[in-house]
Design a protein around this ligand. Structure first.
Ligand code: SF4
Length: 166
């Protein structure tokens, strides 16, 4: 019988507005890099906006969340609020001194540092690509008896987490 995978390392859910402005795209870039580096897992904000029940439920249940908005319009935050998802770990990039339209040096590093400094945000270690049992069906990754974890990240790079295979 398989032990539960990654029960203590549920990755932080990262939601990015991914808007069309420079700052909006920077939210997505930061989310992708943070996911690749093991500090969380990029999740589908659009699916929550579309009210897909599995995605909304996952967002409601996840213990750790970061919401990245490019500017004070705060679209990602509003999407979550309108879907009834409690917003946690909200960052607005323009409030970090980042220009909405004009690229600046070190912007990406500034965003990543701000995310990583949020209190209580991240589980340690790389994210487990086989999620806990309740989310396996939604994510459709990995057979249920495989409890971990030597697969590629979202950009195809091999990753290994601390979980064990049966
Ligand atoms: S929060 Fe700002 S940057 Fe992001 S989608 Fe909304 S208007 Fe665009």
């Amino acid at each position: 019988m398989a032990e539960e995978c990654c029960a203590s390392t549920v990755p932080t859910m990262i939601l990015a507005c991914a808007g069309g402005s420079y700052a909006g795209q920077l939210t997505n870039q930061a989310a992708v890099e943070l996911t690749r580096e093991g500090f969380g897992r990029l999740f589908c904000l659009a699916a929550i906006g579309a009210r897909l029940s599995g995605f909304v439920d996952s967002a409601k249940k996840v213990p750790q969340m970061v919401v990245l908005d490019g500017c004070e319009v705060a679209c990602a935050k509003k999407v979550l609020e309108q879907a009834g998802v409690p917003v946690r770990g909200h960052l607005v990039l323009t409030q970090l001194g980042i220009d909405k339209t004009k690229p600046g040096e070190e912007d990406l590093a500034r965003v990543k540092a701000a995310v990583q400094s949020l209190p209580g945000t991240f589980a340690s270690g790389p994210y487990c690509p086989y999620p806990p049992p309740e989310t396996i069906k939604l994510a459709q990754v990995g057979p249920p008896d495989v409890i971990c974890c030597e697969v590629a990240d979202i950009q195809g790079q091999p990753m290994t987490c601390a979980c064990q295979k049966t």
